[in-house]
Ligand binder design. Structure first.
Ligand code: 2AM
Length: 175
């Protein structure tokens, strides 16, 4: 199964992210993500089997025992890809606590021999894919207020023509 580990978002924060996405949907064209897909990925694992998933669960338990809840501080919009076909995301401030949490998770995965995408961690929440950006800057947007993430989850990702759907497999509470 295709998997990743992510922070779940508090409901009030999700509401405000959805509100930002609504503002953007009037300014850019693209395939906007459903609200229930919002998350903050800490490590993308890709394909894993049963035995590996048990190791990932052990890693999450270990992380939950040593890491506190983390602040989510919306910072700016960002994109991956070309301006006429990109992924549009909300970037979060790389606070020490958030970077330490991602480091700790990755250390625990390393200890158990679980491979993950090693690209540098860039905290973001994907808002839309296949986006065509306008030439003019995106202005006048209201960003979500800062909040706190408390739950770390192993997700299964299923790809289909309608886009990916994510199912939580195992969660731990931080702090
Ligand atoms: P994205 O939204 O920027 O594509 C599930 O695919 C989650 O894992 C998404 O948050 C996705 O980020 C993230 N992710 C990180 N590395 C990935 C990779 N190599 N392939 C697919 N998704 C990846």
């Amino acid at each position: 199964m295709r998997t990743f580990v992510a922070l779940e978002l508090p409901e009030a924060f999700e509401d405000e992210v959805a509100d930002l996405a609504r503002q953007l949907s009037g300014m850019v064209s693209g395939r906007f993500m459903k609200r229930e897909t919002y998350h903050l990925t800490l490590a993308f694992l890709g394909e894993i089997g049963e035995a590996e998933s048990r190791e990932v669960i052990a890693a999450l338990d270990e992380v939950a025992g040593s890491c506190d809840t983390v602040a989510l501080r919306p910072e700016s919009l960002g994109t991956f890809g070309k301006p006429r076909d990109c992924t549009l995301w909300l970037g979060l401030t790389q606070t020490d606590e958030l970077m330490t949490l991602a480091d700790e998770l990755r250390t625990q995965l390393d200890k158990r021999g679980i491979a993950y995408d090693c690209k540098a961690f860039r905290p973001h929440i994907t808002l839309a894919r296949r986006v065509v950006l306008p030439k003019a800057p995106l202005e006048g947007l209201v960003f979500p207020a800062a909040d706190t993430a408390c739950r770390l989850t192993l997700f299964k990702s299923t790809l289909s023509q309608e886009g990916a759907s994510y199912k939580p497999l195992y969660s731990v509470e931080l702090g």
